[in-house]
Design a protein around this ligand. Structure first.
Ligand code: CA
Ligand code: CA
Length: 578
């Protein structure tokens, strides 16, 4: 039975006597060998440690596609942690431990997906097995005014046909949640558990177990917070549950959308014979429990079957040889750092820790790791991360040796725009193989293209401001922030004053400040006369009172000199001796 459990836990190894060999071997090798992973053909890749401590049983890592370059990590017991760019220690983003039933191997907080407009609306979705009955629950939460802290009291349960009843067995809960390129939320519940799907849930289109589901969380259905897209195969009067997108799944614990093609790749965990990778399409039947991978389920009717009419075989499957037991579905690589070839599908076996690439139907071992890999994940640029179960680790899949970390610089960092809509531009500087995604926290800024690679001028539109007040919007890109300050047409009578009006520096130079006083409805921008020896170190644009900070560099001209800083309609003079 142990091979049916996706998340078999080392710390309950005592209960796994019948199949403990593989787990014992992995545990010993981990103690003996501090090298994270060794390199094999065909591509020299390695795992680069990102987070090595402080995580308990992580099961997923993802990003919020909000330009902040943060990583979000799920811990099975019911916590989400957030790691800032480059940070090795994450902080707590959400704790819903008390709502999550997680004592069993495969139960817990299992999935997390950020709304496509998360940077504006702060909505995100989780998938967990609930207290006390293990029902498969999808719910919405919201971030607080602190972007690194979510509100545990903001839960909106999906209702309708959720939670999906799942009290009889603790295994095969599925757990993946992801938005498709169509903006709908996809979920992958397992078949209800035990072994060989005794109720036949996979082939039963009237239950939600053993399916890929697709729901619309932007259009409530009366009092139910979601609706089913009318394009779902069994929508409305058509026989079958409206939420179903595809069926015949066993335990689609991890799936992903190819960011290049939009295709849905599902790693469907097998029973005792085959682990499989499916490309899942609308209305498709993927065979379980009649089929297991490419073959008839050997545990049913002595392995003799008629495949369900029209059922779709996996694009690849593998057997349980050499200690392999359970697929961990991954991602089609589209990252800019050429970690592996573009378009290959990366996946792992949970028991052996092997990471493979599937390319044109051929699977090749990339790297053999000592990890129990619970999941893969992507960052905003499309680089791939690996989640190790115990000790909990997050690693980045990189070339060997690894490339330099990506560093991003935005200039300028803020700018004042007129009330009438206009186009703006910011410059993002980074290495030629570093990807980025730009996002804004307001609905009045738009991008024509919000992703790219390397140094770029990033244009954006600032829409008309008819609110009667100046306003501020943020653009996040590469983990950096650009502040858009937009003026109001209703503020021509703004009065500004500064104190003091000048400052004198010795030839060695130094730093200084002055205060701008105005009303909270009045916007300003700071500019420097064409004197490269004066630099503003505070924000270049804003609303209301501010302190302008600047530096004056050493004077090597041999003569006294003078420059000015303008803010709103006021002029501050910087004088410097020779
Ligand atoms: Ca129906
Ligand atoms: Ca199948």
């Amino acid at each position: 039975m142990c091979k049916k459990n996706l998340l078999t836990v080392l710390w309950i190894a005592a209960s796994l006597v019948a199949c403990s060999n593989a787990f014992q071997t992995r545990a010993n090798s981990r103690q003996d060998d501090q090298i994270l992973a060794k390199v094999t053909s065909p591509t020299a890749v390695q795992l680069q440690a990102v987070i090595s401590s402080g995580l308990t049983f992580p099961v997923y890592v993802t990003h919020a596609h909000d330009g902040t370059n943060r990583l979000f990590i799920i811990e099975k017991a019911g916590r989400i942690r957030v790691a800032q760019p480059g940070a090795s220690t994450p902080t707590l983003f959400l704790d819903i431990n008390t709502r999550v039933l997680s004592v069993d191997n495969e139960r817990g907080l299992l999935g997390l997906a950020f709304h496509p407009q998360y940077s504006i609306n702060g909505r995100f979705f989780v998938y967990y097995t609930r207290q006390p009955d293990g029902g498969l629950t999808i719910s919405e939460y919201h971030v607080t005014s602190d972007p690194n802290v979510a509100d545990p009291n903001s839960e909106i349960l999906m209702g309708g046909n959720f939670p999906i009843p799942h009290s009889l067995n603790n295994n095969h809960n599925g757990g993946m949640l992801e938005f498709g390129p169509d903006g709908y939320l996809y979920a992958g519940p397992g078949d209800g558990g035990s072994a060989n799907d005794p109720p036949g849930n996979g082939q039963n289109i009237n239950v939600l177990l053993g399916k890929i589901l697709r729901i619309d969380i932007d259009h409530p259905n009366g009092g139910i917070p979601y609706s089913s897209p009318p394009t779902n195969p069994f929508f409305g009067a058509t026989q079958g549950a409206d939420e179903i997108y595809a069926y015949g799944m066993r335990n689609p614990f991890r799936f992903s959308f190819d960011r290049g093609t939009g295709q849905l790749y599902v790693g469907d965990v097998g029973q005792g014979a085959r682990e499989e990778i499916d490309i899942v399409t609308l209305g498709g039947n993927y065979g379980w429990r009649v089929m297991e991978g490419m073959i008839c389920n050997p545990n049913i009717n002595l392995g003799v079957c008629t495949p369900p009419p029209g059922s779709i075989l996996p694009i690849f499957d593998y057997t349980h040889s050499a200690g392999r037991c359970s697929i961990t579905g991954g991602y089609v690589y589209r990252g800019p750092r050429s970690t592996v070839s573009s378009g290959v599908y990366i996946y792992a076996d949970y028991c052996t820790g092997e990471i493979w690439q599937l390319q044109s139907g051929t699977s090749t071992l990339l790297i053999d790791t000592p990890l129990n890999i619970t999941s893969f994940g992507e960052d905003e640029a499309g680089e791939i991360y690996v989640v190790g179960q115990s000790p909990g680790t997050i690693s980045r899949l990189t070339t060997s040796p690894p490339p330099s970390p990506c560093v991003y610089l935005v200039s300028p960092t803020s700018k004042l725009f007129p009330a009438a809509g206009t186009e703006g531009m910011l410059t993002l500087a980074t290495a030629s193989d570093c990807g980025w995604l730009a996002a804004t926290n307001v609905d009045w800024i738009n991008f024509s293209a919000n992703t790219g690679v390397g140094t770029n001028d990033i244009p954006f539109m600032v829409r008309d401001n008819s609110t009667g007040s100046p306003r501020i919007g943020l653009i996040h890109v590469g983990g950096q922030t650009f502040t858009v300050v937009q003026d109001s047409s209703a503020a021509p009578d703004c009065v500004y004053s500064i104190t003091p009006s000048f400052q004198s520096f010795p030839s060695a130079g130094g730093s200084g400040t002055f205060n701008l006083s105005t009303e909270e409805r009045c916007a300003w921008e700071t500019t420097v006369s064409d004197q490269s020896w004066i630099k503003i170190t505070s924000e270049l644009a804003g609303i209301g009172n501010t302190t302008v900070a600047f530096t004056a560099s050493a004077n090597a001209t041999g003569k006294p000199r003078k420059g000015t800083i303008s803010v709103a309609n006021q002029v501050f003079t910087v004088k410097q001796k020779r």
